[in-house]
Design a protein around this ligand. Sequence first.
Ligand code: ADP
Length: 222
Amino acid sequence: MSLVVGLTGGIGSGKTTVADFFAGLGAAVVDTDAIAHELTSARGAAMPAIVEAFGGAVVRGDGGLDRAAMRRLCFSDPARRERLEAILHPLIRRESVARCERADRAPYVLLVVPLLVESGAYRDRVDRILLVDCDEALQIARVMARSALSEDEVRAIMATQASRAERLAAADDVLSNTGARDELRAAVLILHRRYVELGRRARPAAADGGARGVPGENQKRS
Ligand code: ADP
Protein backbone atom coordinates (compact mmCIF):
# COMPACT_ATOMS: atom_id res chain seq x y z
CA MET A 1 0.00 0.00 0.00
CA SER A 2 1.17 3.54 -0.72
CA LEU A 3 2.34 5.92 1.98
CA VAL A 4 -0.75 7.40 3.66
CA VAL A 5 -0.61 11.00 4.84
CA GLY A 6 -3.55 12.01 7.03
CA LEU A 7 -4.66 15.60 6.38
CA THR A 8 -6.51 17.35 9.16
CA GLY A 9 -7.33 20.79 10.53
CA GLY A 10 -10.19 22.66 12.11
CA ILE A 11 -13.25 23.89 10.26
CA GLY A 12 -12.26 26.62 7.78
CA SER A 13 -8.52 26.03 8.22
CA GLY A 14 -8.09 25.22 4.52
CA LYS A 15 -8.20 21.41 4.23
CA THR A 16 -10.22 21.39 1.02
CA THR A 17 -8.02 24.05 -0.55
CA VAL A 18 -4.87 22.12 0.39
CA ALA A 19 -6.30 18.76 -0.76
CA ASP A 20 -7.11 20.31 -4.16
CA PHE A 21 -3.52 21.55 -4.51
CA PHE A 22 -2.14 18.09 -3.65
CA ALA A 23 -4.56 16.41 -6.06
CA GLY A 24 -3.38 18.77 -8.81
CA LEU A 25 0.18 17.60 -8.18
CA GLY A 26 -0.74 13.91 -8.53
CA ALA A 27 -1.52 12.71 -5.00
CA ALA A 28 -4.43 10.30 -4.59
CA VAL A 29 -6.94 12.09 -2.36
CA VAL A 30 -9.36 10.06 -0.23
CA ASP A 31 -11.82 12.38 1.52
CA THR A 32 -13.85 10.97 4.43
CA ASP A 33 -16.42 13.81 4.18
CA ALA A 34 -17.00 13.01 0.51
CA ILE A 35 -17.42 9.32 1.41
CA ALA A 36 -19.98 10.27 4.09
CA HIS A 37 -21.93 12.22 1.48
CA GLU A 38 -21.87 9.30 -0.95
CA LEU A 39 -23.03 6.86 1.73
CA THR A 40 -26.01 9.09 2.53
CA SER A 41 -26.94 10.03 -1.02
CA ALA A 42 -29.84 8.38 -2.86
CA ARG A 43 -29.14 4.61 -2.91
CA GLY A 44 -26.15 5.22 -0.59
CA ALA A 45 -25.03 2.15 1.38
CA ALA A 46 -25.91 3.76 4.74
CA MET A 47 -29.49 4.66 3.83
CA PRO A 48 -31.23 1.36 4.67
CA ALA A 49 -29.81 1.35 8.23
CA ILE A 50 -30.59 5.07 8.64
CA VAL A 51 -34.20 4.58 7.56
CA GLU A 52 -34.53 1.63 9.91
CA ALA A 53 -33.16 3.67 12.82
CA PHE A 54 -34.80 7.05 12.18
CA GLY A 55 -37.76 6.43 9.89
CA GLY A 56 -38.76 8.09 6.64
CA ALA A 57 -38.86 11.64 8.05
CA VAL A 58 -35.08 12.01 7.49
CA VAL A 59 -35.24 10.92 3.85
CA ARG A 60 -35.56 13.35 0.93
CA GLY A 61 -37.84 12.72 -2.01
CA ASP A 62 -34.92 11.31 -4.04
CA GLY A 63 -34.03 8.77 -1.32
CA GLY A 64 -30.97 10.59 0.05
CA LEU A 65 -30.53 11.82 3.61
CA ASP A 66 -32.33 15.06 4.52
CA ARG A 67 -29.39 16.60 6.38
CA ALA A 68 -31.36 19.52 7.82
CA ALA A 69 -34.02 17.17 9.24
CA MET A 70 -31.30 14.91 10.65
CA ARG A 71 -29.49 17.88 12.21
CA ARG A 72 -32.71 19.01 13.91
CA LEU A 73 -33.30 15.51 15.31
CA CYS A 74 -29.75 15.24 16.62
CA PHE A 75 -29.76 18.75 18.07
CA SER A 76 -32.64 17.88 20.41
CA ASP A 77 -31.18 14.47 21.37
CA PRO A 78 -27.42 13.75 21.38
CA ALA A 79 -28.10 9.99 21.65
CA ARG A 80 -29.47 10.18 18.11
CA ARG A 81 -26.19 11.63 16.89
CA GLU A 82 -24.35 8.73 18.47
CA ARG A 83 -26.72 6.32 16.78
CA LEU A 84 -26.13 7.96 13.41
CA GLU A 85 -22.37 7.90 13.97
CA ALA A 86 -22.53 4.22 14.94
CA ILE A 87 -24.07 3.54 11.53
CA LEU A 88 -21.85 5.85 9.49
CA HIS A 89 -18.39 5.67 11.02
CA PRO A 90 -17.65 1.97 10.41
CA LEU A 91 -18.84 2.33 6.80
CA ILE A 92 -16.70 5.43 6.26
CA ARG A 93 -13.65 3.71 7.74
CA ARG A 94 -14.12 0.58 5.63
CA GLU A 95 -14.58 2.56 2.43
CA SER A 96 -11.64 4.87 3.10
CA VAL A 97 -9.32 1.91 3.78
CA ALA A 98 -10.51 0.25 0.54
CA ARG A 99 -9.81 3.44 -1.43
CA CYS A 100 -6.36 3.87 0.13
CA GLU A 101 -5.54 0.27 -0.84
CA ARG A 102 -6.81 0.77 -4.39
CA ALA A 103 -4.55 3.83 -4.78
CA ASP A 104 -1.38 1.73 -4.71
CA ARG A 105 -0.14 3.18 -7.99
CA ALA A 106 -0.22 6.74 -6.67
CA PRO A 107 3.03 8.20 -5.29
CA TYR A 108 1.21 8.53 -1.95
CA VAL A 109 -2.31 8.92 -0.58
CA LEU A 110 -3.69 11.98 1.16
CA LEU A 111 -6.45 10.81 3.50
CA VAL A 112 -8.57 13.82 4.54
CA VAL A 113 -10.02 13.35 8.02
CA PRO A 114 -11.34 16.52 9.69
CA LEU A 115 -11.43 14.85 13.14
CA LEU A 116 -8.25 12.79 12.76
CA VAL A 117 -6.69 14.05 15.99
CA GLU A 118 -9.90 13.28 17.87
CA SER A 119 -10.28 9.79 16.38
CA GLY A 120 -8.02 6.93 17.45
CA ALA A 121 -9.31 4.87 14.54
CA TYR A 122 -7.62 7.04 11.90
CA ARG A 123 -4.46 7.88 13.80
CA ASP A 124 -3.55 4.21 13.58
CA ARG A 125 -4.18 4.08 9.84
CA VAL A 126 -1.92 6.88 8.67
CA ASP A 127 1.86 7.02 8.36
CA ARG A 128 2.06 10.71 9.17
CA ILE A 129 -0.26 13.55 10.12
CA LEU A 130 -0.28 16.80 8.15
CA LEU A 131 -2.04 19.69 9.86
CA VAL A 132 -3.43 22.76 8.11
CA ASP A 133 -3.12 25.42 10.75
CA CYS A 134 -4.40 28.95 11.11
CA ASP A 135 -5.51 31.10 14.01
CA GLU A 136 -9.08 30.92 15.25
CA ALA A 137 -10.06 34.42 14.13
CA LEU A 138 -9.11 33.54 10.55
CA GLN A 139 -10.96 30.21 10.75
CA ILE A 140 -14.12 32.02 11.87
CA ALA A 141 -13.81 34.74 9.22
CA ARG A 142 -13.31 32.17 6.43
CA VAL A 143 -16.22 29.99 7.48
CA MET A 144 -18.54 33.00 7.83
CA ALA A 145 -17.49 34.25 4.39
CA ARG A 146 -18.33 30.90 2.73
CA SER A 147 -21.52 30.01 4.64
CA ALA A 148 -24.54 31.50 6.37
CA LEU A 149 -23.23 30.53 9.83
CA SER A 150 -22.98 33.19 12.54
CA GLU A 151 -19.83 33.66 14.63
CA ASP A 152 -21.51 31.88 17.58
CA GLU A 153 -22.44 28.93 15.38
CA VAL A 154 -18.87 28.62 14.09
CA ARG A 155 -17.53 28.84 17.64
CA ALA A 156 -19.99 26.13 18.73
CA ILE A 157 -18.64 23.80 16.01
CA MET A 158 -15.05 24.65 16.96
CA ALA A 159 -15.82 23.82 20.60
CA THR A 160 -16.59 20.21 19.54
CA GLN A 161 -13.20 19.91 17.80
CA ALA A 162 -9.69 19.45 19.21
CA SER A 163 -7.89 22.63 20.22
CA ARG A 164 -5.20 24.16 18.05
CA ALA A 165 -2.57 23.10 20.61
CA GLU A 166 -3.79 19.49 20.59
CA ARG A 167 -3.61 19.36 16.81
CA LEU A 168 -0.13 20.90 16.71
CA ALA A 169 1.08 18.36 19.28
CA ALA A 170 -0.19 15.45 17.14
CA ALA A 171 1.12 16.69 13.77
CA ASP A 172 4.26 15.48 11.98
CA ASP A 173 4.01 18.27 9.40
CA VAL A 174 2.29 21.65 9.57
CA LEU A 175 1.09 23.87 6.74
CA SER A 176 0.48 27.36 8.00
CA ASN A 177 -2.46 28.86 6.10
CA THR A 178 -2.38 32.44 7.29
CA GLY A 179 -1.16 34.04 4.09
CA ALA A 180 -2.18 34.19 0.46
CA ARG A 181 -3.24 31.14 -1.55
CA ASP A 182 -0.02 31.31 -3.59
CA GLU A 183 2.10 31.01 -0.45
CA LEU A 184 0.05 27.96 0.54
CA ARG A 185 0.46 26.46 -2.91
CA ALA A 186 4.25 26.89 -2.72
CA ALA A 187 4.38 25.22 0.71
CA VAL A 188 2.24 22.35 -0.63
CA LEU A 189 4.66 21.81 -3.51
CA ILE A 190 7.60 21.46 -1.10
CA LEU A 191 5.70 18.90 1.00
CA HIS A 192 4.52 17.05 -2.12
CA ARG A 193 8.12 16.50 -3.21
CA ARG A 194 8.96 15.22 0.25
CA TYR A 195 6.00 12.82 0.27
CA VAL A 196 6.87 11.50 -3.18
CA GLU A 197 10.34 10.71 -1.87
CA LEU A 198 9.02 9.14 1.34
CA GLY A 199 6.51 7.13 -0.69
CA ARG A 200 9.29 5.86 -2.96
CA ARG A 201 11.38 4.79 0.01
CA ALA A 202 8.40 3.06 1.64
CA ARG A 203 7.65 0.93 -1.39
CA PRO A 204 10.54 -1.58 -1.48
CA ALA A 205 10.05 -2.45 2.19
CA ALA A 206 6.32 -2.96 1.63
CA ALA A 207 7.01 -5.12 -1.45
CA ASP A 208 9.38 -7.32 0.57
CA GLY A 209 6.67 -7.83 3.11
CA GLY A 210 9.02 -6.35 5.67
CA ALA A 211 8.55 -3.44 8.00
CA ARG A 212 7.56 -0.20 6.33
CA GLY A 213 10.63 1.86 5.70
CA VAL A 214 9.32 5.35 6.33
CA PRO A 215 7.83 6.11 9.67
CA GLY A 216 6.72 9.60 10.55
CA GLU A 217 8.52 11.16 13.47
CA ASN A 218 6.19 8.92 15.46
CA GLN A 219 5.35 5.75 13.54
CA LYS A 220 1.61 5.32 13.77
CA ARG A 221 0.54 2.31 11.81
CA SER A 222 0.99 -0.92 13.73
P1 ADP B 1 -11.83 23.48 5.31
O1 ADP B 1 -11.95 22.46 4.21
O2 ADP B 1 -10.71 23.19 6.26
O3 ADP B 1 -13.12 23.76 6.05
P2 ADP B 1 -11.51 25.36 3.11
O4 ADP B 1 -10.36 24.87 2.30
O5 ADP B 1 -12.89 25.11 2.60
O6 ADP B 1 -11.39 24.86 4.63
O7 ADP B 1 -11.28 26.92 3.35
C1 ADP B 1 -12.26 27.70 4.02
C2 ADP B 1 -12.58 28.93 3.17
O8 ADP B 1 -11.45 29.79 3.18
C3 ADP B 1 -12.88 28.59 1.72
O9 ADP B 1 -13.87 29.48 1.25
C4 ADP B 1 -11.54 28.84 1.04
O10 ADP B 1 -11.71 29.20 -0.32
C5 ADP B 1 -10.96 29.98 1.85
N1 ADP B 1 -9.48 29.95 1.94
C6 ADP B 1 -8.71 28.91 2.32
N2 ADP B 1 -7.42 29.25 2.31
C7 ADP B 1 -7.35 30.55 1.93
C8 ADP B 1 -6.28 31.49 1.76
N3 ADP B 1 -4.99 31.17 1.98
N4 ADP B 1 -6.61 32.73 1.36
C9 ADP B 1 -7.90 33.08 1.17
N5 ADP B 1 -8.95 32.26 1.32
C10 ADP B 1 -8.69 31.00 1.70
